[in-house]
Design a protein around this ligand. Structure first.
Ligand code: UDP
Length: 507
C-alpha cells in the first residue's frame, strides 16, 4: 500500500465559487498530508484561485493548478465567461454545462500525457463527464458533493418514495419520507440540482456517475450531520467520507482576503473598521456568488438595515444594477448610514469578516459554504434562502442545530405573486428579525452559545483526533489500496496478454 506521499490526486471542481473554493481546500488538506495534488480547471478559474494556492505555499503546502482551455465559444458563450457567477439566463447555463461536458477529450489528453497515471480523480458531483476518462484509464474516482448531506438525503428520499412524481403543485406541502428528522416543505423548496427542462441528460449522467463512483466525499462533519451522512451512504451503498468543514482551516490574512477571488474592497480597511466595533455587534449581509435579490427587495433590506441601528457590512452585488445604484445614490443611502454601514459592491472577503470577533450575525442566503462558514466561526445566522439546497440549509441551521433565525422567506422568488415585485421581507420585518437575532434575550444568548459550541466542534473535527481528520485518513488509505490493486490488476492483465501473445509465437 502506497503512503500518502506517493499518491497523486487530480481534483476537477465545478466552475462555480461554491464548488471550486471547497475543492481547492480539499486539495490543501490532501497536500498537507503529503500527497501530490493537482487542481484542473479553466484559465479564468485558475486565475481566481491562484491566491489560495500561493497562500498554501507560504505555509509549506504545495498545490498545482493546471489550466485546460474552456470551449465556451463553441457553445455560444462570450470569451472569458467560465464561471457560473457570470451566467445571466437559462440559455447561458445550458451552454455552460454543455461546454463542460465536452471537455472529456481534453481532460483525457492531459492525463494521458502525464508521466505517471494519477492515483485518484476527485470530481465534483456536477462533473460526471470525468467518469469515462477514469474508466478508460483505470483511475479510481471519487465524487465530491458540495451541498449538505441533509439536502442530498432529502432529495434522495423524495425521489425514491415517488413524492416528486406524485405531487403536481410546487407549493403543496409534504413531509420528507423516511428522513431522520421531521422535515416539511414543498417541491419549490426541495428542488434538486439539474431539475430544469432540457437538463435531463445532465441529471441522468450525474446520478450514474455517483452510483458508479469508488466513494463519496461530503464537505460536512459528523457533529452537525452524522445521521444524514450515514443514511445517505447507506441509501447509495457507497463508502462516504465527511471531511469538512474545509473552511475550518485558518488561513493567513492575505489568503483569507482573496479566498475564491480578489476582493472588491481593501480587506485591511474592513478589518480596521471591524476592529473599531464591539465584539459580536456587526451584522454581515451576503447572498453568495449566484443569488440576486430583486431591486425592490434590495431597497426594503437597505431600509431595514438602516432602521435596525446596527453596524453592518453588506456585500451588495446588486449595486451593479442600474435600478439599485440609482436608488442608493439618489437617496444618499451611504451618507445616511454613514460610518455605521459598509457597502461592498462586489466580492467581499467573507471569511475575513466572519472570523473577526466583531461579527455578531450573518444575513445569509444559506449557500452550503456560507452555512459552514457561519458554523465554523460561531456566527448565528439570519436565514434568507433564495433557491435549491439553500432552503435545506436553512432547516438545518434553524430546526436541527438551533443557530439561526428565519427571515421569513418561504419560497423562491419565482413563486411570489407578480404584485409582490420580488419582495419577501419588508423593511419593518427586517428590523424585527435582525433584533431577534442580535438581541433575542435568553433565547438569543442560548443560540449564540450553541453557535460557539458548534464552532469549537468544527475546528476539532478537522484537527488530528477529529472525525473529519479521521475520515480523510481513511479515504487516503482506501485510495492507496485501490490504486495499488488497479495497478496490479493492470500488470496481471498485461502479463496475461503477454502470455497469450507468447503462446501463439511459433517455437
Ligand atoms: N464568497 C466570498 N465573497 C463574496 C461572496 C461569496 O468570499 O462576496 C464566498 C463564500 O465565502 C463561499 C462562496 O463564495 O465560500 C459561495 O458559496 P456558497 O455555497 O455560500 O454560495 P453560492 O455562491 O454557491 O450560492
Amino acid at each position: 500500500m502506497a503512503a500518502a506521499e506517493e499518491l497523486h490526486f487530480l481534483l476537477v471542481p465545478l466552475a462555480a465559487q461554491g464548488h471550486i473554493i471547497p475543492m481547492v481546500e480539499v486539495g490543501r488538506l490532501l497536500a498537507a498530508r503529503g500527497a501530490r495534488v493537482t487542481v484542473v480547471t479553466t484559465p479564468v478559474n485558475a486565475a481566481r484561485n491562484r491566491a489560495a494556492v500561493e497562500g498554501a505555499r507560504r505555509e509549506g503546502v504545495e498545490i498545482e493548478l493546471t489550466e485546460v482551455a474552456f470551449p465556451g465559444r463553441e457553445f455560444g458563450l462570450p470569451d472569458g465567461v467560465e464561471n457560473m457567477d457570470q451566467l445571466v439566463d437559462l440559455a447561458m447555463y445550458q451552454a455552460f454545462f454543455k461546454a463542460f461536458w465536452s471537455m472529456e477529450a481534453a481532460l483525457e489528453e492531459y492525463v494521458r500525457a502525464l508521466p505517471r497515471r494519477p492515483d485518484c480523480l476527485v470530481a465534483d458531483a456536477c462533473n460526471p463527464w470525468t467518469a469515462p476518462v477514469c474508466d478508460r484509464l483505470g483511475i479510481p474516482r471519487l465524487v465530491m458533493h458540495c451541498p449538505s448531506a441533509y439536502f442530498l438525503l432529502a432529495v434522495h428520499c423524495l425521489a425514491k418514495h415517488g413524492v416528486y412524481d406524485r405531487v403536481v403543485d410546487h407549493l403543496e406541502p409534504f413531509e420528507v419520507p423516511a428522513f431522520p428528522v421531521r422535515a416539511v416543505g414543498n417541491k419549490a423548496t426541495f428542488h434538486g440540482f439539474f431539475k430544469w427542462p432540457g437538463a435531463e441528460k445532465f441529471d441522468h449522467d450525474v446520478d450514474e456517475a455517483e452510483a458508479t463512483a469508488d466513494g463519496l466525499l461530503i464537505n460536512t462533519f459528523r457533529d452537525i450531520e452524522g445521521v444524514f451522512v450515514d443514511a445517505y451512504a447507506a441509501a447509495l451503498g457507497r463508502t462516504t467520507w465527511a471531511i469538512g468543514p474545509t473552511c475550518a482551516a485558518r488561513l493567513d490574512a492575505e489568503a483569507s482576503a482573496s479566498r475564491g477571488n480578489r476582493a472588491d474592497v481593501d480587506a485591511g480597511r474592513i478589518v480596521s473598521w471591524l476592529d473599531a466595533r464591539p465584539p459580536e455587534s456587526v451584522l454581515y449581509v451576503s447572498f453568495g456568488s449566484l443569488a440576486h435579490l430583486r431591486p425592490k427587495q434590495v431597497i426594503e433590506l437597505a431600509l431595514g438595515l438602516e432602521a435596525s441601528g446596527r453596524p453592518f457590512i453588506w456585500a451588495i452585488k446588486e449595486a451593479k444594477l442600474a435600478a439599485v445604484s440609482e436608488w442608493l445614490d439618489g437617496e444618499g443611502y451611504e451618507e445616511r448610514v454613514g460610518d455605521r454601514g459598509l457597502l461592498v459592491r462586489g466580492w467581499a472577503p467573507q471569511v475575513t469578516i466572519l472570523s473577526h470577533p466583531a461579527a455578531g450575525g450573518f444575513v445569509t442566503h444559506c449557500g452550503w459554504n456560507a452555512t459552514l462558514e457561519a458554523i465554523s466561526h460561531g456566527v448565528p445566522t439570519l436565514t434568507w434562502p433564495i433557491f435549491s439546497d439553500q432552503f435545506s440549509s436553512e432547516r438545518l441551521l434553524v430546526d436541527v442545530l438551533g443557530v439561526g433565525v428565519r427571515s421569513g422567506v418561504k419560497v423562491p422568488t419565482l413563486f411570489l405573486p407578480a404584485e409582490a415585485e420580488g419582495v419577501h421581507v419588508a423593511s419593518a420585518d427586517v428590523v424585527k428579525v435582525v433584533t431577534e437575532l442580535m438581541d433575542g434575550g435568553a433565547e438569543g444568548a442560548a443560540r449564540r452559545a450553541r453557535a460557539k459550541e458548534f464552532a469549537a466542534k468544527a475546528t476539532a473535527a478537522v484537527e488530528e483526533g477529529g472525525s473529519s481528520h479521521a475520515d480523510l485518513t481513511d479515504m487516503i488509505g482506501y485510495i492507496s489500496e485501490l490504486s495499488t490493486k488497479k495497478q496490479l490488476g493492470e500488470k496481471s492483465t498485461n502479463n496475461t496478454e503477454a502470455d497469450a501473445a507468447l503462446s501463439v509465437v511459433p517455437s
